[in-house]
Write a protein that binds this ligand. Sequence first.
Ligand SMILES: NC(=O)c1ccc[n+]([C@@H]2O[C@H](COP(=O)([O-])OP(=O)(O)OC[C@H]3O[C@@H](n4cnc5c(N)ncnc54)[C@H](OP(=O)(O)O)[C@@H]3O)[C@@H](O)[C@H]2O)c1
Length: 279
Amino acid sequence: MTQNTTQTQMTVVVTGASGRTGSRVAEAARAAGLTVRAASRAQGFDWEDPTTWAQALRGADAAYLMYPSDVGSPEAAEGVGALAREAVGLGVRRLVLLSARGEDQALPTEEALKASGADWTIVRATWFSQNFSEGPLVEGMVGGELVFPAGEVKEPFVDVRDIADVVVAVLTSGDRYAGRTLELTGPRLLSWREAVTEISGASGRTIAYTPVPTRAYGEALAGFGIPPEEVELLIGIFETLMDGRNAHVTDDVREVLGREPRDFADFAREAAAAGKWKA
Ligand SMILES: NC(=O)c1ccc[n+]([C@@H]2O[C@H](COP(=O)([O-])OP(=O)(O)OC[C@H]3O[C@@H](n4cnc5c(N)ncnc54)[C@H](OP(=O)(O)O)[C@@H]3O)[C@@H](O)[C@H]2O)c1
C-alpha cells in the first residue's frame, strides 16, 4: 500500500466494531475518509467460525484486529494467527492488532501475527479509562463501590479515543509503522483509588474503591458462572498486570499523533456529563 492509496481509497475491516475500541476506530477511520467494513457478529463475522472470515476480508486493504475477551487467551493466539494467514492469502496485508501492555500472556498472539507474513503493527494499550464507564466494572461504579484486585498500584490509564486515533494514523501513514510495536498510555499515573476519587469528584457521587486479593476476585467471578479455565487465565493476567510493571508512561501517543494523550480528568468529566455513573 502506498501513501497515495491510503486516505481516500482504503477499505479497513474493523473487528469488534460494536465494542469499546472498535467503535472508536470505525468512527476515527470514517472521519479520516477511509471506508469502514464493520466485522462483529451482527455482520456475520465470528472469531469462533473461520468460515465467516473470508467474506469480511475479501477486497479490503487493511484490518484492525481485536480479540474478544482477552488477547492473552490461547484462543486469541490461535484465532489471530489463523485469521492473519487467511488475510494475507486474500491480499489484506496491512494488519493492526490491539494487544495489552505488559501482558506476557499476549506474546503468543503477537508472535502469531508476526509469523503470518502480514505488514503488522502491534498496538499495546494499557488499562482503558473507559473500563470505568463501559463494560463489567460499571455496575460497581454505579452501585457506589468498585471492588477490584488492583491494590494501590499505579497505572497510566489510556483513553480509547487515543487508541483509535493512533490506529487510524498508523493505517494512513503507509509503511511508516509496519513492523513496529507501540505502547500506548495516558499522560499521568493514577492508582485505582485515585481514579475512582477523580470520578467521584467529576460525577458528584461518593464511590468507594475496595481492593481485594486477586484470587478472591477470581472466585467471585467463578460465582457468576465464568468457566474455571477462564477464571485461572484472568487471575494470571491480573497478577501479571498489577505487579507494578506498567507504572510508567510512554511517549508513543505523542510520537504518532504529535499531541499529548487525553488526560483522565477530561475522560471523567465528559463521561460524568454523559450520565455514565448516574445511580
Ligand atoms: N480493557 C482494557 O483495559 C484492555 C487493555 C489492553 C488490551 N485490551 C484488549 O482489548 C480487547 C477487547 O477490546 P474492546 O474492549 O474494544 O472490546 P469490547 O468492548 O469488550 O467488545 C468486544 C467486541 O467483540 C465482539 N465480539 C464478541 N464476541 C465475538 C465473536 N465471537 N466474534 C466476533 N466478534 C465478537 C463484540 O461484538 P458483538 O458482540 O456484536 O459480536 C464487540 O464488538 C481484548 O483483546 C483485551 O485483551 C483491553
